[in-house]
Design a protein around this ligand. Sequence first.
Ligand SMILES: Nc1nc2c(ncn2[C@@H]2O[C@H](COP(=O)(O)OP(=O)(O)OP(=O)(O)O)[C@@H](O)[C@H]2O)c(=O)[nH]1
Ligand SMILES: [Mg+2]
Length: 416
Amino acid sequence: MDSIDLNNPNVLAAIAAVAAVILIGIIVGFVRARKKRAPVEEPSPAPEALAEERPKVEAPETTAEPTQPLQLDDLVPPSPGEPLPTLIPEPTVVPPPKPPADLGAFRSGLKSTRGNLISRLADVFRKDRELDSTILDEVEEVLITADVGVHTTQRILEALRAKLTSGDLGSAADAWEAIRSEARAILSTSGRGLAIQHEPTVILVVGVNGVGKTTTIGKLASRFDRQNKSLLLAAGDTFRAAAVTQLEVWGRRVGCEVVKGKDRADPGSVVFDAVRRAQDENVDVVIADTAGRLHTKVPLMDELKKLGRTVEKALGRPADHVLLVLDATTGQNAIQQAQLFKDALPLSGIVLTKLDGTAKGGVILGIVDQHEVPIEFVGVGERVEDLKAFDTETFLEALFEAPEAVDSVPEAANAS
Ligand SMILES: Nc1nc2c(ncn2[C@@H]2O[C@H](COP(=O)(O)OP(=O)(O)OP(=O)(O)O)[C@@H](O)[C@H]2O)c(=O)[nH]1
Ligand SMILES: [Mg+2]
């Protein structure tokens, strides 16, 4: 093999070119190795530096500085304490927790009840008061006069007495906790919602006159309509022409048909027709209105029992839901009405209307506790959106909230 002629300019140029390529390769390899190592070898910046760098989470509208593309200098480890601008990941913006749906409506609906029940209890558990057995009589008086009912009042007093005996009633917060957890236990089965499992699902709406049956049916129909359910209303109150007209107004508003009979027709035949028609036309939900007072010699409860049997005959099973509508403004009377209807029909749920206009909302505890029938909806006004699906936690939060004039309640009442 010939030896390399180092005096030849072409040979020298070739050697220089090869050396240049090798040198560039070494530099590129070095830079790549630094890039890979850099994030791992990053010393932890001081916590204050990180805190300053990260935009505050509660100010999501803060616009971040536009990020520059990574430069080689960025990969050089900063000296300790120096901020790390481009390697910190974008913070995840956590939106503030949403208040439970309908809390505002429950709050305003329970305003008077809070004044009557919670403010007065707050007075019993006032700050400078030592909590001993003398509070029991006072709590009893407040609960009874706030329409909670004798049975449920005793249940709540037992819970307080047990805490007193075990020495666990050291502060107002303990007393609120005892009452609130008893209320939670009473209402725990409420607010399950109306299952629409069958086609058609048949809902019978019952209650004495004037409690809000027809209005509740209109509001319910509107809810189902918003859920894209097809509907048929049955005008089972055949004793008053105005009752049929009222249901027809709701039917027009919601856009669903109303099945009605002749004046004073047998309510059973109207509901029977409605169920059959719903079966033929594959309607999702039938809601049947009923009379609250009869203008015949037949007692109301006998008529309702008969209606229940008629639905069973048409459907091949009992009505899917029997909703009893009670008017909260009637207080204790509502507890007695529930007993009468429960004896006549298997009630599946209660709608408590007119909670907005009364200080007697505590009756809800008495009704559910005594009759063990869940509350499914509450009425907090006359507008279509004022029928609220009952939710135990939202109800408790709204009920035990501090009344405007009482400042000792908030932490205590919301302690649990
Ligand atoms: N403030 C308030 N008013 C209500 C509520 N629910 C119903 N009402 C009113 O109560 C009144 C009686 O309501 P209806 O729906 O006619 O009662 P009903 O039970 O069908 O009465 P009858 O057909 O006579 O048995 C109406 O003026 C309704 O607007 C509610 O939640 N809050
Ligand atoms: Mg009516």
